[in-house]
Design a protein around this ligand. Structure first.
Ligand code: NOJ
Ligand code: CA
Length: 664
C-alpha cells in the first residue's frame, strides 16, 4: 500500500546581491504560495492561499549571545527545489494511511561581510499549509553558540480572531481558551488557532521539537506575531551548536475549521518510526484508581481512605476483567505521598517502594490471571533531580513485572523549581524519558507534558498526554464550561492526542458537594470520538458503571482508527466527528455542543456505498437539562445508509454518540 514517488531535483545558482527578487514555491495543487526574498540583505518570507494574503513579509533569523546576529548581511548562494509524495502507515492514530505531499524550497544564505557565516532556510509548501525550518551547517566561525532570540515573525494579514491560552503560567497548558483579536492577545502557547478577517482558518504551531526551546507567540503591533523562545532560568533560549536543524515552524491553512483537524502536516514533518519492537504498544481503554482521589472518595496518601490498597485494586481488576478492559492505572501506590505533596517544594517520591497496604507483585499477578495489566505511575512533582536518580530502577521494576504502560506526571510550576516545562531543558527531559521508556518497553502517557509536536510518529510509544485542562478540573474546581470541549478540537487537539479522561456517569459527583461535571451524559460518550487518544480512560467509578446501559458504548468505542472526518464544526460552538474503526467496518460519531442546544441534520455519505448499517444512538433525552437532569439519555436504534439524512439534537451543554455497524 505504501506508495513512494520521489523525484525532480533542480538546482539554481543565483548571483549574489543585497536585495533579491522573490523566489517562490507553490503547493502541489498550487493553492499555497510561499515567497522568499532578501530585503536589503535581510531574509523575509510571505504566504498566500488562493491569492489571499495569509502571512505578509515577515523577518527570519537569530540573535546570538556575544556574536553578531544572523538576521541580515546575507546573499543567496544557492536555491534548490524538490517534490515529495509518499503515503505512510501510522502505527496507531486517527488515520491509518497518511499522504505526505509537498514541494520544497531550500535557500542557502551566506553573510556578505565579516565571518561569512552560512545559514539555510527550508520551506515546504503543502496543499493545506506551509512549514519552514532553519539549518545552520557545520562551519568554522560558528561552532558552539547560544541563541538569545529567534526573530521569526508571522505578520498576519489582518487583526484576526484567535483562541489562545496565556504562556508562562504556573499550571502550564491547563487553562481555558480565550477568544479575542490577535491585537488583544497576550503571549500565548501554540497551537494558536485563528479565524482570519477574510474567512480562512489558520493555526500556528511547530513540529519535530528536539533539543531546542519551544516557542510561545508574542503579539506585537500591526498584527505581527513573533516566536518567543521559552527561556532557560539564566535568560538564554537555546544552548546549541552547528550543525543545527531547528524545529519546523508550521502554518496550517483551511477553508473551514474541520479541515484543521484532518491536516496531518505536523506528523508529516516528523521523522518516521524509529522503534523496531512495537509489540508492547497497545492502544486500548483503561480504568483507574484515580477519579476517586480527585473527588475525595479516596486519598493519594496513606490514610484510612487510601485508594491504592491491594483489596481495592482487586475489586477494580475484577470489574475491569468482567468488562474486558485490559488496563488499570493505580495512583498513590508508592511511598512519598502526603496531603501536601503538590505544595511541597522538591517533594520526594519513591519509584520502587510500595505503601504498606499495597502489594505490587500480588496485584500484578492477580491482574495477569484475569487479563488486566497495570499501568505504572510515576508522579515526579517536577523534582527531576530525585526522579532522574531513580528512574532506571523505577522502569526496571515495571519491566521485570511485565508492565508495558506508564503515566508520568510533572506537577509543579517549574521543573526542579527552576526551569519552564516548555524550555529547552524540559524539551530534552521529556525526550530522554520517552527514549528510556522505549528501551524498557514502556508506552507513555505524560501529564503536565511539553506540548505535542508530533513525536508519536518517530516514537509510537508516545501514546497520549495531558497538556490541557482535562476532566480532573471538574472534580475540584469550578470546572470546564461546556464550551471547552467544543473548543479544544480546534486548539489543543491540533497538536495531538490528549488524555482527557472522560466517561463520568455520576455527573453531579455525589462524593463532592458543590462540584459537578458541566456536561450531559451523552456528551461524556461523545467525548470518546471527539477527543483522540490511543489510550482512553474510562474515568468513572465502577459503582457508577455497573449495570448502566451507556457502559456498552464505552466498551464498544475503539481508540485506533482507519479514518477521521469532520461533518460540521464551528470553533467553540459545536463539532461532529466521525471515525472509522481500524479493525472493523464500524463507524462512530461524536457530536458535542457548547452552552447552546443544537438541532442539525448530518449527511451519512461517509458510510460505505451499498451497505445498510445499524445505528445505535445515544442521545440527550427529551427531558435532558444540563442543570437539573443531565443524565437523561435516550438510547435507540435505526437502520441507515449513505442516503440517510440524520437529525441530531443536542441539549444545551450536550452531545450525541453513535455506533454504526454494517447489517449482515
Ligand atoms: C495531575 C494529573 O493530571 C492527574 O491525572 C494526577 O492524578 C495528579 N496530578 C496526581 O499525580
Ligand atoms: Ca494535570
Amino acid at each position: 500500500m505504501i506508495k513512494k514517488i520521489l523525484f525532480a531535483l533542480f538546482v539554481a545558482f543565483i548571483m549574489a546581491s543585497c536585495s533579491s527578487k522573490d523566489i517562490t514555491i507553490t503547493s502541489p495543487d498550487e493553492n499555497v504560495k510561499v515567497a522568499f526574498a532578501l530585503n536589503e540583505s535581510k531574509p523575509v518570507y510571505s504566504v498566500k492561499y488562493k491569492g489571499k494574503d495569509v502571512v505578509l513579509n515577515s523577518s527570519m533569523g537569530f540573535v546570538l549571545k556575544d556574536k553578531a546576529p544572523l538576521t541580515g548581511n546575507f546573499k543567496i548562494t544557492q536555491t534548490k527545489t524538490s517534490k515529495y509524495d509518499n503515503t505512510w502507515e501510522q502505527v496507531w492514530g486517527e488515520k491509518q494511511f497518511i499522504r505526505n505531499h509537498y514541494n520544497e524550497l531550500q535557500i542557502d544564505l551566506q553573510e556578505v561581510d565579516g565571518d561569512q557565516r552560512k545559514m539555510s532556510v527550508f520551506f515546504r509548501a503543502f496543499d493545506n499549509g506551509v512549514a519552514f525550518r532553519y539549518e545552520i551547517p557545520e562551519q568554522e566561525s560558528l561552532e558552539k553558540f547560544v541563541i538569545m532570540d529567534e526573530v521569526t515573525e508571522f505578520t498576519m494579514a489582518g487583526d484576526h480572531i484567535a483562541w489562545w491560552i496565556k504562556a508562562y503560567q504556573s499550571d502550564r497548558y491547563e487553562y481555558l481558551f480565550t477568544e479575542s483579536t490577535i491585537s488583544e492577545m497576550d503571549t500565548v502557547h501554540t497551537p494558536l488557532t485563528m479565524e482570519t478577517t477574510d474567512g480562512l482558518y489558520v493555526s500556528l504551531h511547530e513540529a519535530n521539537l528536539i533539543d531546542y526551546a519551544s516557542y510561545a507567540v508574542i503579539s506585537k503591533p500591526d498584527n505581527k506575531l513573533v516566536t518567543g523562545l521559552v527561556p532557560w532560568s539564566d535568560g538564554t533560549k537555546v544552548k546549541t551548536g552547528a550543525p543545527l536543524k531547528t524545529p519546523w515552524r508550521t502554518i496550517q491553512i483551511a477553508e473551514n475549521p474541520g479541515d484543521l483537524i484532518t491536516n496531518y502536516m505536523v506528523l508529516n514533518l516528523n521523522e518516521p518510526n524509529k522503534l523496531e519492537d512495537l509489540s508492547y504498544i497497545k492502544p486500548s481503554k483503561y480504568m483507574g484508581i484515580w477519579w476517586g482521589m480527585h473527588i475525595g472518595k479516596y486519598t493519594f496518601w496513606e490514610s484510612p481512605d487510601l485508594g491504592a490498597t491491594t483489596e481495592n485494586a482487586k475489586m477494580y481488576i475484577d470489574f475491569a476483567s468482567e468488562q474486558g478492559v485490559p488496563l488499570l492505572l493505580i495512583e498513590g501506590w508508592n511511598k512519598g505521598w502526603t496531603p501536601q505533596w503538590y505544595m511541597n517544594r522538591m517533594h520526594k517520591f519513591s519509584f520502587t517502594e510500595s505503601v504498606d497496604a499495597f502489594d505490587l507483585e500480588e496485584v500484578v499477578e492477580y491482574g495477569k490471571e484475569r487479563g488486566v495489566n497495570l499501568i505504572g505511575y510515576h508522579e515526579t512533582g517536577s523534582n527531576l533531580i530525585s526522579y532522574l536518580d531513580q528512574v532506571d530502577d523505577g522502569f526496571a521494576l515495571y519491566r521485570d513485572l511485565g508492565i508495558h504502560d506508564i503515566k508520568i506526571g510533572q506537577v509543579g510550576s517549574k521543573l526542579n523549581m527552576k526551569e519552564w516545562h516548555h524550555g529547552q531543558f524540559g524539551v530534552n527531559y521529556y525526550r530522554t524519558i520517552l527514549k528510556k521508556a522505549a528501551e524498557n518497553k514502556l508506552a507513555v502517557n505524560f501529564h503536565e507534558p511539553i506540548k505535542d509536536t508530533g513525536e508519536r510518529r518517530t516514537y509510537p510509544n508516545m501514546m497520549t498526554r495531558e497538556g490541557g485542562r482535562g476532566m480532573e478540573y471538574d472534580a475540584w474546581s469550578d470546572g470546564n464550561p461546556p464550551s471547552h470541549l467544543a473548543t479544544i478540537p480546534f486548539t489543543r487537539l491540533l497538536a495531538g492526542p490528549m488524555d482527557f479522561t472522560p466517561g463520568i456517569f455520576d455527573i453531579m459527583i455525589k462524593y463532592r458537594e458543590g462540584r459537578r461535571v458541566h456536561t450531559t451524559l451523552a456528551k461524556q460518550l461523545a467525548a470518546y470520538v471527539v477527543v483522540l487518544s490511543p489510550t482512553q480512560m474510562m474515568a468513572g467509578l465502577p459503582e457508577n458503571y455497573e449495570g448502566h446501559p451507556a457502559l456498552k458504548f464505552l466498551l464498544d468505542v475503539p481508540v485506533d482508527w482507519f479514518d477521521t472526518k469532520v461533518l460540521n464544526a464551528e470553533i467553540g460552538e459545536f463539532i461532529t466527528i466521525v471515525r472509522k474503526d481500524k479493525k472493523s467496518d464500524d463507524w462512530y460519531l461524536g457530536s458535542v455542543t457548547n452552552e447552546e442546544a443544537r438541532d442539525f441534520t448530518v449527511d451519512l455519505s461517509f458510510l460505505d456505498e451499498g451497505k445498510k448499517y445499524k445505528a445505535e444512538i445515544y442521545a440527550d433525552g427529551e427531558d435532558c437539562d444540563l442543570e437539573t437532569n443531565p443524565t437523561a439519555l435516550d438510547i435507540s436504534e435505526k437502520v441507515v445508509d449513505t442516503e440517510t439524512q440524520l437529525n441530531i439534537k443536542l441539549a444545551a451543554g450536550g452531545g450525541q454518540a453513535i455506533r454504526f455497524t454494517p447489517v449482515q
